[in-house]
Design a protein around this ligand. Sequence first.
Ligand SMILES: Nc1ncnc2c1ncn2[C@@H]1O[C@H](COP(=O)(O)OP(=O)(O)O)[C@@H](O)[C@H]1O
Ligand SMILES: [Mg+2]
Length: 237
Amino acid sequence: MTTSLPILRLENISFSYPGRGRVLDNLSLEINKGDRIGLVGPNGSGKTTLFHIIMGLLSPYSGTIEFFGKPVKTPNDFKEVYKKVGLLFQDADDQLFSPTVLEDVAFGPLNLGKSKSEARNIAQYTLDRLGIAHFEDRVTHKLSGGEKRLVALATVLSMEPELLLLDEPSTGLDEKIKATLVEVLNRLELSYILISHESDFMSQIADTMFMMENGQLTKDVHIHQYTHKHPNPGQRH
Ligand SMILES: Nc1ncnc2c1ncn2[C@@H]1O[C@H](COP(=O)(O)OP(=O)(O)O)[C@@H](O)[C@H]1O
Ligand SMILES: [Mg+2]
């Protein structure tokens, strides 16, 4: 039996974009330390929206969010969430904005109050851990899609989050980099929710599976069942 509080508890969350139908419909979810959750669901089912709700980028019109047992509602409450939850955006360009890779990765630690040299050390260490130490002086916007994704992951990991939200992190990665990502995620003692359409990738790093459908989550779906239900002949996976 565990006595520690869940990292996050969402209860009866409902959300719609203005003028559109319901995207999340009374959705509830609890994330505990050590959880490695895979999240699947058709395109447009609201997976990214759920991540944005958790980060306070969107506000639900009903329901509650608790972070380590405390309700989070106001932008000020969400400051605590940002310190411990890292979101890897579906589009890496939404995450990267500094001229060079090292500056981008050092930005988060600096923002958390680290000194310039500490932030630099953390950034270098994080890039090294991802096998991309040699990227540090590269110009961020000139990187390839896969390279940007790894750098975006470095910007998130450099803030030493307790919970990671990974929105389709394997998109645009070649097999070698994907293997690095699997290895890193298995090595880190982190809790995470991972959105992916790639069943092989998912099965190597997720312990529990949820399916998003009709604005709600169903637990314990089988990855392969899902991918067979939604075949895409244009893709290898
Ligand atoms: N900014 C937005 N404004 C209006 N509708 C949106 C916006 N973002 C997403 N949607 C719609 O909300 C639904 C859920 O989108 P999303 O959360 O991105 O799904 P997923 O990540 O599962 O593919 C889709 O129908 C999408 O078109
Ligand atoms: Mg999405």
